[in-house]
Design a protein around this ligand. Structure first.
Ligand code: AMP
Ligand code: ZN
Ligand code: ZN
Length: 435
């Protein structure tokens, strides 16, 4: 893996290059970088319209905010607007991050799980590493709309932000694409980029002079989710991760203050977290004949196909009553999930009760941890929402709303026209937005 020397990294950031990024082993580019300070000083004050920063803290369950471990987030919540936000179904990372930036439910935007197949692309599988544009092109993310409107955008990680949206990947081109729109600045996902490096890079992007300064940015943190899976939502690991990400939020707020830059912050999570255990595993092989089915996703939900010719045998067992699990044909999933029309969803879909896991076999050794992907109305899946900045009236607690409404809010903040055909609206925010 190549390492960019610090000066090269600083210049690349200033020049606005999109480049594959390996985190430097040296301290990250800091707000005292000499070249950066020159750019900051050169920025004309009149060009400093508020920027919009969408921050995701993956797996930050709404009630984590009440643990007393995140003073910076709590302060922003007090100064701004807060709510308990319902994720979309299924309550997984990629479906929800794509909903947050497109304003449509996973059934319509096509990122129906973290991993799935599509009858239109036989032999291919979508995974979290897929940057093939056709997986993503059923709905347009807000940074593409903004770039097309001449508004510069920059993404410090976000599922889908490394994709040349609407482009075509060359068969043997090693990620070479023709056409497509990306954020002006973006990075290939790399879990080793520290929280502080993520924040410092965003601040450095914002140091640019007015015309080249991004006006919409994303910032993504995954450590709370990782800790939640490892230790479960009530673990010391989660508490440490909450406190650590909160420090990064504090650094973001002070970095913006040092720049004297007004920002509307929209801080969200994609879903919550439920405690799991080897005591709560649903062993599918004990309910249906393993010769009748193939399972392509397991855990909180399962995507299931019948072995050809075994449909009737599978249905007779799978679609009957089970403790702690419901199974449906794809087109029989209850309407409230808004899920089941997209052909990327397997023909049979099983959903476990929160805290239960579907697997072929019982656990072979004891474990505890955390998972998400459950019923999006289950309280354990509730997501974080805090919005703060000049666009928001302070101190409002909103009624719970669906995360499809975030993209319409972002469009308002960025100055884009309302989206057409979206599942969400900005209605939940109208009384707290200053016009
Ligand atoms: P999950 O908990 O299975 O829904 O997946 C969430 C995890 O995906 C996070 O903890 C991240 O570490 C990881 N992740 C986030 N973005 C990406 C990406 N663009 N590529 C690969 N992995 C990612
Ligand atoms: Zn997630
Ligand atoms: Zn997760």
């Amino acid at each position: 893996m190549t390492r960019l020397p610090l000066v090269a990294l600083a210049l690349a950031l200033l020049a606005g290059c999109a480049y594959p990024y390996s985190p430097p082993s040296l301290p990250p580019v800091s707000s005292t970088s000499p070249a950066a300070s020159v750019a900051s000083a050169a920025a004309p004050a009149e060009a400093r319209a508020p920027v919009t920063i969408l921050v995701s803290i993956d797996g930050f369950r709404a009630d984590y905010l009440t643990r007393g471990l995140s003073p910076h987030l709590s302060h922003l919540a007090t100064e701004g607007v807060t709510a308990a936000m319902r994720p979309s179904f299924p309550s997984k990372t990629f479906p929800n991050h794509w909903t947050l930036v497109t304003g449509v439910v996973p059934d319509r935007h096509g990122i129906v799980a973290n991993s799935f197949t599509d009858p239109a692309h036989p032999g291919e599988r979508f995974t979290m590493a897929s940057d093939q544009p056709y997986w993503w092109d059923e709905a347009e993310p807000v940074w593409v709309t903004a770039e097309r409107a001449g508004i510069p955008t920059a993404t410090m990680l976000w599922p889908g932000s490394n994709v040349a949206w609407g482009g075509t990947l060359q068969p043997r081109g090693h990620h070479a694409v023709t056409g497509g729109v990306r954020p002006h600045d973006w990075l290939q996902f790399n879990a080793n980029i520290s929280d502080r490096q993520r924040v410092d890079t965003v601040i450095d992007w914002l140091r640019r002079p007015g015309p080249t300064r991004p006006r919409f940015l994303t910032l993504y943190f995954d450590e709370v989710d990782i800790a939640g899976h490892d230790g479960g939502p009530d673990s010391a690991e989660v508490n440490a991760a909450i406190a650590h990400v909160d420090q990064a939020i504090g650094a973001l707020v002070s970095g913006l203050a040092e720049l004297g830059l007004a920002a509307n912050l929209v801080i969200v999570s994609d879903h919550g977290m439920a405690a799991t255990s080897s005591e709560r595993v649903i062993a599918l092989d004990r309910m249906v004949n393993p010769a009748d089915y193939e399972m392509s996703e397991d855990g909180p939900f399962a995507m299931i196909r019948a072995v050809p010719g075994h449909e009737a045998a599978l249905e007779a067992r799978l679609l009957s009553h089970h403790d702690h699990m419901d199974c449906w044909r794809r087109n029989g999933i209850p309407a409230r999930f808004r899920y089941g029309r997209n052909p990327r969803i397997a023909p049979y879909f099983c959903l476990a009760d929160a805290g239960w896991l579907i697997d072929a076999k019982p656990a072979d050794k004891p474990f505890t941890g955390g998972a998400h992907g459950y019923d999006n109305a289950d309280p354990s899946m509730t997501a974080l929402f805090i919005a703060q900045g000049p666009a928001f009236r302070p101190g409002a607690k909103l009624a719970p709303f669906d995360n499809v409404d975030v993209a319409p809010l972002l469009r308002d903040l960025i100055g884009l026209p309302p989206g057409r055909g979206l599942d969400g609206t900005d209605a939940p925010f109208r009384r707290v937005l200053r016009r």
